[in-house]
Design a protein around this ligand. Structure first.
Ligand code: NAD
Length: 283
């Protein structure tokens, strides 16, 4: 027999920021397969429309795509009004927009005696602007949509928010300090907001995906020309007890669990979906 809490998710409306990306698309498909109406928001307008069109036609459930910049409050307010007008009240929000950039990535993993003459390739070569951009996209890009979309949830005393964190929230990977700091802040914010909303029926949780091969990390873990794993890619696999990169669909069970009433008494947690990465000490 199907779980009743999952049955109840049918027909609910879920906004997915960054929904045009790899993981967002997969989450949209997973939710649509359970009858959820998805609203795909992405700064890449073409991707948002394409995903929405394909999801609607593949699952026979309504799906909408709108261009939105998660860092621009007026863009978010505008799309909120459009959603209320054309789709309905928002039941769920997935804050999926995020990513890293080469501009906030050091070339060196560590400073050593041998590379003391290359300090600019490490921490000292980072430019505040690049750092700020990545931090803002991941952190403010979660904060702002929540400010705009959660107000209606609080007013209705019902809603679920799911933030997308990362393994970097627990232990930062070398080279990407801005991304790590932002994802760590997302975990802290998830706990803070969960407490803040706990008495008014709005739950706030997060997932921390392990390693999935997508556009944001492809340049770090595979060789651009040959497609072979870089040393970093090999290290990731060696530190993932299951020995593989995750498939985007691997997130869908946890997403459904945290969004549905199955997790009715759960708020303020972050679930790793990582093939054992966060459990492994490397030895
Ligand atoms: P992706 O690059 O495929 O998707 C990110 C999407 O966000 C893109 O479609 C992009 O256009 C959109 N976006 C970027 N800036 C935006 C803005 N200002 N406003 C609106 N949309 C914007 O990456 P992905 O791997 O699918 O990542 C999705 C989320 O998962 C991100 O938060 C990422 O940090 C997180 N994550 C990914 C991995 C992984 O292994 N790929 C691991 C852990 C966490």
């Amino acid at each position: 027999m199907r779980n009743r809490a999952i049955e109840l998710i049918k027909g609910k409306i879920c906004v997915i920021t960054g929904g045009g990306g790899v993981l967002g698309t997969s989450m949209a498909r997973g939710l649509a397969s359970e009858g959820v109406i998805t609203v795909i928001l992405d700064i890449n307008e073409e991707a948002a429309y394409k995903v929405a069109t394909e999801v609607a036609s593949d699952y026979g459930v309504r799906s909408f795509g709108f261009r939105t910049n998660v860092l621009d409050r007026s863009s978010l307010e505008e799309v909120r009004e459009k959603i209320l007008r054309e789709v309905g009240e928002i039941d769920m929000l997935i804050n999926g927009a995020g990513g890293n950039s080469p501009k906030a990535t050091t070339k060196l993993e560590q400073i050593t005696e041998e590379n003391l003459d290359q300090l600019e390739d490490g921490f000292f070569g980072l430019e505040l602007e690049g750092f700020q951009k990545v931090f803002d996209l991941n952190f403010n890009g979660t904060l702002l949509p929540t400010m705009v979309f959660a107000k209606d949830m609080v007013a209705r005393q019902k809603g679920v928010i799911l933030n997308v964190s990362s393994m970097n929230a627990y232990k930062p990977l070398t080279k990407i300090p801005a991304y790590s700091a932002a994802k760590s802040s997302i975990n802290n914010f998830t706990e803070w907001l969960a407490v803040h909303f706990a008495k008014v029926g709005v739950r706030v949780n997060a997932i921390a995906p392990g390693f999935f091969l997508t556009n944001q990390n492809r340049f770090l873990v595979t060789d651009e020309k040959t497609g072979a794993l870089t040393l970093r890619g090999e290290k990731i696999i060696a530190n993932t007890p299951m020995g593989v990169f995750g498939e985007p669909e691997d997130l869908n069970g946890t997403v459904l669990y945290l969004l549905s009433d199955m997790s009715n008494f759960i708020t303020g947690i972050c679930i790793p979906v990582d093939g054992g990465y966060s459990a492994y000490g490397g030895v």
